[in-house]
Design a protein around this ligand. Sequence first.
Ligand SMILES: Cc1cc2nc3c(=O)[nH]c(=O)nc-3n(C[C@H](O)[C@H](O)[C@H](O)COP(=O)(O)OP(=O)(O)OC[C@H]3O[C@@H](n4cnc5c(N)ncnc54)[C@H](O)[C@@H]3O)c2cc1C
Length: 368
Amino acid sequence: MGAFDLIVVGGGLVGAALAWGAQIAGANVVLLDEGDVAFRAARGNFGLVWLQGKGVGIPPYMHWSLRAGRMWPDFAERLSTAVSFDIGWRQPGGLQFCFSEAEIAKRRDIIARTQADGGDIDISILDRADLRALLPDIGDEVVGASFSSLDGHVSPLYLLRALQLAFQAAGGHYRPGFRVEHINAETGAFRASSQIGSVLGRRIVLAAGLGAAKLAPQMGLSMPVKPERGQIVVTERVKSFLPYATNCVRQSVEGTVLLGSSHEERGFDEGTDVATTAALCRTAARVFPALADATVVRSWGSLRVMTPDGLPIYEESARYPGAFAVTCHSGVTLASVHALEIGPALVQGRLPSHLSSFTSERFDVHQS
Ligand SMILES: Cc1cc2nc3c(=O)[nH]c(=O)nc-3n(C[C@H](O)[C@H](O)[C@H](O)COP(=O)(O)OP(=O)(O)OC[C@H]3O[C@@H](n4cnc5c(N)ncnc54)[C@H](O)[C@@H]3O)c2cc1C
């Protein structure tokens, strides 16, 4: 087989979104994924498309995230149509609950800073009476919330599956079990090699989550990502009570309730612990006391993909033009722009100029 137009390394949410977007933009793409042995945030996340407060104080990130939020309805529609199943996307708006007036004041500050930076998002403060009108079962300790109609949620597993299926349905080549170990620049092309073979592509993008840190230096790139553990608890299915996305409780389309998620520095440990799951349950029961009677059926730990400042990396290698790095810690939220803007941009061989502040040079550890 000749060279592909684009090799995508990593079949998690970032890689799968890029691959689908590039394939439907007309490229011949191969998506290489290590498989079930890898750390995969894509399979353990909370499923929020969360915009309120995102990127406050960092306008390029805020505007990019808001763009992603606005593109989600079109993205979800196109993806669901391509695979003919419901990916669980809903955009009912999102609520961030507050337990004190001090927390409400912080939310007001976020709204003011968002407006000061020109953020095109409506965020309002709801007092307890407003909130009770929306959610009669809300707990007595909740004094209010901030609300944004742009926030939504999705089933992360359906999203990942849909991206992989839609990519293949559009003619993309999906290679699971292909752990890339070496990447070499050959004349006008890149060769990605694993123990089971190699593929050749005119361009390559490293989107391998935590696996990208090791590969990037081979392409003169730097992706200094580290894991941050998040634990999530899931209850049995209960009757529908929560039509909104929220910062700590989410009811799936099937009726289960997700409680989450923690933020922990635990290296590559994907485990769970009782203290953390108990804390997640306690917070959820403060917000919705009736949840105290729901049976917990599962909990898990999963690793976020974090850069040193928590912002994404979008970069083309100066040493090897045609080799790109893409990573972020909100791969659900940004899936729309990754598919519909970055995927096609990779086909053109040029990242959008408004993302130029997201190179790894900001970490001052650039590989020469
Ligand atoms: C607890 C938790 C809650 C979260 N909640 C949200 C949320 O509500 N909203 C949101 O937007 N984001 C959320 N996230 C983040 C989101 O899940 C990630 O941003 C996203 O999954 C990152 O996608 P990724 O493709 O970069 O990495 P991953 O999903 O980790 O995928 C990386 C892929 O690369 C592959 N790979 C690795 N090394 C190699 C190699 N050498 N060769 C080939 N393939 C390789 C792996 O097999 C894997 O499939 C959450 C994450 C966690 C952990």
